[in-house]
Structures are given as structure tokens and as C-alpha cells.
Design a protein around this ligand. Structure first.
Ligand SMILES: Nc1ncnc2c1ncn2[C@@H]1O[C@H](COP(=O)(O)OP(=O)(O)OP(=O)(O)O)[C@@H](O)[C@H]1O
Ligand SMILES: [Mg+2]
Length: 613
């Protein structure tokens, strides 16, 4: 799970500033929008003045004076011009606002993805991918919405308000005072509303994230869901999360709207005073009818931003709530990879030094989380240049864990791990990983074509190279059988391939990487005996002069290795050649005896079928 953030007001304010810092790159957009906003406000403010002139002209005309219909029409034309100008400016502002939002969305999304790619394996072990995506979408949508509406609406409102205050102060200071009182009252009522709203929003977001995580997982594993016929249960689980958000919304929204009634009633009371001042002063002869109309129009203009403010406050609250989870991810501690270097620019570690171990694990202890028990304790072994070493142990014994450690996916708890002369704690992980070709126990492929997958580590590989590794991995034949051969699309995670086909593509991918160290974790476990033998021949060629670590439950696969390391209860049990360990009475000889016995039994069973058949 991500670390919970302390919810202090100071922190929230800091988050706010960080959003603006991201927006700093968009300062020209901001500047443009600000400028347009000022012009919008000015044109909007012109209208009441024109209306005042027109009203006074009409009143004068009714009393037999004034410039007549012609002048009145000039006023009407002036109103038209101002209106059109205002519309054009608003749309220019809207356009820039959209552009700014699009840029901001691109920047924030890119940073988030970049950050995620730098996070250690542990983060992904504990977070559902659907949750990560749900969070990203919400955070960025809400931050962007806020900045967009802020830029487009808030600034013109603020400018209008300032002008209205100035003008009303010019005509009557009690009027200005009454208008000013609105702000502390309104802000106070808003800050009273906010914390509870935010807390509920956070709970709602948590439900949506959980639902998103479950959703993505079920879609990704739909075959399992179908096979157990658990669709309805999964659906109920999903619906339950959203149902919770309805209840929370009821509380959240009723709270917000009750507070809004309170807020706007307070506002109405203040406006009652404002209107009373204007009307009474006009009757007393202090204002002309034109001025009265103008002032009424101006204070109505002031009312709009204040009520509109509740909407901006709302998007701001969402943005704050959204940005919390965004910055939670941004605050995660990164892995020490030099990710910003282009992959091709990353050289493998120094070449193998003869006589020096390529891999050296000393007194290594490890557990998957700080509180978890040791999976490995005090494990030591070395792999010399060109040596083939097999890891043998029971299922769950920690073999794959050693591969994970070798790749630097997790830090050691104790002890040291040196690869190609460099200690893990002082190695650039991207460099390290360039030096190791791995076939994982679960051959994870990408959607896309077979060629894309084989060339994943070397996008610049030629067609000849691709065909060569595919042939060595005994994959060329079946690929040729597909209609689009190497351009066949294989579905998400390679879903359209058989398990054994997937494995062979993964082997070809590792072969093409051509790294000095090769790790095969059950690389041929899904293959029939004949295919395995063919792939094994390809791998034997690959392993020549290459340092290799091999994990296989089928012991025939590892019969030809130089040495075997057996693991028992997270510790190294024995190290020796296959011949030595076959007679030592340790795990290897036990497993060997079991497999031989199994083989004999199977043969017998097959023979008996033969006879009876
Ligand atoms: N990402 C993980 N987080 C927490 N625990 C894990 C994780 N991966 C593995 N483990 C635990 O570590 C132990 C060793 O697992 P590991 O995958 O290394 O076994 P293995 O020897 O490769 O087994 P197998 O032969 O079945 O592949 C297991 O008890 C497993 O539950
Ligand atoms: Mg394993």
C-alpha cells in the first residue's frame, strides 16, 4: 500500500503550491489567459456605463430634452459592439484555457508514468494496476478541470469584483462596505464546509479505486472468472464498492448543499442591504435613475462571481483531494535506476574478468517485506565465468527469489551480492539488468506482434536475427504456421498462444538480448519432451561461454550443468556437481530417486495399457 499522508492543513496548502509549480511551465498560457481575462472584465464592465448613459438619455427624452432617437440608437449600437467584443474575447480565453488544460494533462500524465516506471517492484507487488490507473485518471482530470475553470472563470470574476467595489466606493462608501463584508462571511462558511467534504471525498475515492483495481484484475483474468463461474460474485463485489459511494455522496452532497443554502442566504441578506442603499439613495435624489440602473447592474455582476465561487471552491476541493493521491505516488521512494537514459545508451556492466566470479552471493538474507519472515537466510554461492549452475529446491524454496535479487528487484536484508565485479548497492540497476537475459517462470508477453515481442530488448534487430533466434528456440516452425507469421498479433499477455509457444517466444526474446549472464527459470517447463529437447539444444549453443543460472523441476533438464546449488528452508543445503550430489543423499538425490521411481511407474502403467489395449 502507499504510505498514508498526514492530513494537516499545511500539507494541503503545500500540495496546492505544487500544482501551481507544475503549471509554471505553462506561464505563457497563463499570461495570455490573464490578459484576455482583464479585457473580458473590462468589456463586461463597460455595459452598465453604456446602459446608464442610455437610461439618462431616455429619461431626458421623456422630459422633452436630450439628443433624440439618433443618440439613443448610438447607445444601442455601443451595447451591440461591447457584447460582440465580449463574446469574441471569451472564446479566445476559452481556447487558450483548453490548450493549457491539454498541455497540463500531458505534463502531469507523463510525469506520473515516468514516476511509476521508477518505482521499485515492491510497490507493484502491493498495488493493483487498475487502482494505479483509476488514481491517475481521477487526479489528473480533477487537477486539470480545476486549473481550466480557474483560468477561464475565476480571474475575470475577480477583476470584475475589484472594479465593482471601486466604482461603488466612488458613489457610496456604505455600499462598498456592504459588498466587502460578503467575502469574510463567504470564506468562513466555505472553510467550515470543506474539511468534512474532503474527508468524505477521500473515502469515496478509496471505494472507486478498489472497484477499479478489481475491475482491471477480473478483465485481465476473465478466463479464470468464467471457469469458476464467479461473474456474479465479482459483479456484486464491484457494485458494492460503488453502492458505498452512493451513501457517501448522500452525506457529502446534503452537507454541501445545506451549507450552500446557508451561504447563499447570508449572501441574500447582504444583497438586501446593498439594494436598499441604492434604491433609497435614488429616491432621496442622491443618484440619477441612470446611475441607479448602472449600480443595480454592477452589483448583480458582483453577485455572479460570489455565487460562482462556490462552484470553483467545489472543483478546487476535488482538485485538492485528487492531487493528494497524485502526490502520494510522486512522493514514493524510487529505485536507483538511471531510467532517464535511453535504453540503448545503457551499456552492460564490465565484461567478464577471467578467474573472478561473475555472480557472488555472500551471507544473503532476504524477506519480501520488512515484517515478513526470511525467505532466504545466509545464502552464499558463486558462479564463475562460463559456468552453468542449477538451483534446485522444493516449490516455494526461494529459487525465483534468487533471480529477483539478481535483477535487483528487491534489496537484500543482509549480506552482499556482486555481479560482474560490482556490488548491487553501488550498481546502476539499468546497467545491471542490461547484463542479464532472463526467461521468467511465467513468460509474460506483450500484446502486439510476435516480432515486437522477440525484439523487445533489441528493437533494431534485423529480420535474419529474429528468424535465427526463433529457430534456435524451436519457435520458427509454429510461427510460420500462422497466417501473418512474425506479424501475427498475440493478444494481451500473449493470450492467443499456447503456454509452450509463449515460453519459446520468451526464450527467443532472451536469446536476442545476448547478455553475458543468462537466467532460465523453468524456461522449458511447458514443453513436451521432444520440443524441450529441441529448445534445449538451442539453449546449449547459447550457454556456451556464457554464465548461466538454470532452474528446472524436471531434473533431466539440468543433468548437464557444471554445478548444482540445492536450497532447503531458505538455506544452501549442498553445492556440487550433478554426479557428486546424485549420491550424497541430499535433496537432489532424493528428488532424483523420486523422479526415477515416477518414471519407472509411468513406464509400467503405459506398458500395462499397451497390453490391455
Ligand atoms: N512478491 C512476493 N511477495 C511476497 N512473498 C513472495 C513474493 N514472491 C514470492 N514470495 C514468497 O517467497 C517464497 C519463495 O518463493 P519463490 O518464488 O522464490 O519460490 P520458488 O523456489 O521459485 O518456487 P517454485 O519452484 O514453485 O517456482 C514463497 O514462500 C513465496 O510465498
Ligand atoms: Mg519459482
Amino acid at each position: 500500500m502507499t504510505r498514508p499522508l498526514p492530513q494537516t492543513p499545511g500539507k494541503t496548502r503545500a500540495q496546492h503550491l505544487r500544482i501551481l509549480r507544475h503549471a509554471g511551465e505553462l506561464k505563457y498560457h497563463y499570461l495570455g489567459i490573464t490578459l484576455v481575462s482583464v479585457l473580458i472584465a473590462v468589456t463586461a464592465l463597460l455595459t452598465p456605463f453604456v446602459v446608464r448613459g442610455a437610461t439618462d438619455e431616455v429619461v431626458a427624452g421623456l422630459q422633452g430634452g436630450g439628443g433624440g432617437v439618433r443618440v439613443i440608437l448610438y447607445y444601442a449600437i455601443a451595447l451591440l459592439v461591447v457584447e460582440v467584443l465580449n463574446t469574441v474575447l471569451r472564446n479566445i480565453g476559452g481556447f487558450w484555457g483548453d490548450m493549457m488544460a491539454a498541455r497540463l494533462r500531458a505534463i502531469l500524465s507523463g510525469r506520473y508514468y515516468d514516476k511509476l516506471l521508477r518505482l521499485p517492484q515492491r510497490y507493484f507487488d502491493n498495488t493493483l494496476s487498475g487502482t494505479v490507473i483509476a488514481r491517475l485518471n481521477r487526479s489528473i482530470t480533477e487537477i486539470t478541470n480545476f486549473l481550466n475553470s480557474f483560468a477561464n472563470n475565476f480571474l475575470p470574476m475577480l477583476i470584475t469584483l475589484a472594479a465593482v467595489l471601486g466604482i461603488s466606493a466612488f458613489y457610496s462608501w456604505p455600499l462598498a462596505v456592504a459588498l466587502i463584508v460578503i467575502f469574510p462571511v463567504y470564506t468562513w462558511l466555505t472553510t467550515m464546509t470543506s474539511p468534512r467534504w474532503q474527508a468524505l471525498e477521500k473515502q469515496k475515492n478509496a471505494h472507486v479505486d478498489t472497484a477499479g483495481g478489481a475491475f482491471a484484475e477480473v478483465v485481465g483474468q476473465i478466463k479464470v472468472v468464467k471457469s469458476f463461474a464467479t461473474e456474479q460474485r465479482e459483479l456484486r463485489r464491484f457494485n458494492r464498492e460503488y453502492a458505498s459511494t452512493i451513501g457517501l455522496t448522500r452525506r457529502q452532497s446534503s452537507w454541501w448543499h445545506s451549507m450552500d443554502v446557508l451561504r447563499n442566504t447570508a449572501l441574500a441578506l447582504i444583497f438586501f442591504v446593498v439594494h436598499a442603499i441604492i434604491l433609497v439613495k435614488t429616491v432621496q435624489g442622491d443618484f440619477s435613475v441612470g446611475t441607479m440602473v448602472m449600480l443595480l447592474q454592477l452589483v448583480t455582476m458582483a453577485k455572479q462571481p460570489v455565487t460562482g465561487m462556490s462552484w470553483i471552491v467545489d472543483t478546487a476541493q476535488r482538485a485538492i483531494a485528487g492531487s493528494v493521491s497524485y502526490f502520494e505516488v510522486m512522493d514514493e521512494v524510487e529505485e536507483s535506476t538511471e531510467m532517464h537514459i535511453d535504453q540503448r545508451a545503457v551499456a552492460p556492466l564490465d565484461p567478464v574478468t577471467p578467474g573472478q566470479p561473475v555472480i557472488s552471493l555472500r551471507d544473503a538474507s532476504f524477506g519480501y517485506s520488512d515484517s515478513a519472515e526470511d525467505v532466504l537466510s545466509g545464502v552464499s554461492f558463486e558462479v564463475m565465468p562460463g559456468e552453468k549452475v542449477a538451483l534446485v529446491g522444493e516449490s516455494g524454496g526461494g529459487k525465483t527469489t534468487i533471480v529477483n535479487l539478481l535483477l535487483g528487484l528487491y534489496p537484500l536484508r543482509e549480506g552482499s551480492l556482486t555481479v560482474l565485479g560490482r556490488d548491487h548497492s553501488r550498481t546502476d540497476l539499468a546497467e545491471l539488468r542490461r547484463s542479464i537475459g532472463v526467461v521468467f517462470q511465467e513468460p509474460a508477453l506483450f500484446s502486439g506482434t510476435i516480432r515486437d515481442n522477440i525484439t523487445y530488448g533489441r528493437p533494431d534487430a534485423t529480420d535474419e536475427q529474429v528468424v535465427e533466434v526463433a529457430t534456435r528456440a524451436n519457435a520458427h516452425q509454429f510461427i510460420n504456421g500462422f497466417r501473418d507469421d512474425y506479424d501475427s498479433v498475440i493478444g494481451e499477455r500473449g493470450l492467443k498462444l499456447s503456454g509452450g509457444q509463449r515460453q519459446r517466444i520468451a526464450v527467443a526474446r532472451a536469446m536476442l538480448k545476448d547478455a553475458p549472464i543468462l537466467v532460465l527459470d523453468e524456461a522449458t517447463s511447458a514443453l513436451d519432451t521432444r520440443s524441450e529437447r529441441l529448445v534445449q539444444e538451442g539453449l546449449d549453443v547459447l550457454m556456451e561461454n556464457r554464465t548461466s543460472i538454470i532452474i528446472a523441476h524436471r531434473l533431466s533438464t539440468i543433468a548437464a550443468v557444471d554445478r548444482i546449488v540445492t536450497l532447503r528452508d531458505g538455506k544452501v543445503d549442498e553445492i556440487g556437481t550433478p554426479a557428486e550430489l546424485a549420491v550424497s543423499g541430499g535433496i537432489y538425490s532424493e528428488l532424483l530417486a523420486l523422479q526415477a521411481e515416477g518414471g519407472k511407474r509411468n513406464r509400467k502403467r503405459l506398458q500395462s495399457y499397451d497390453i490391455s489395449g
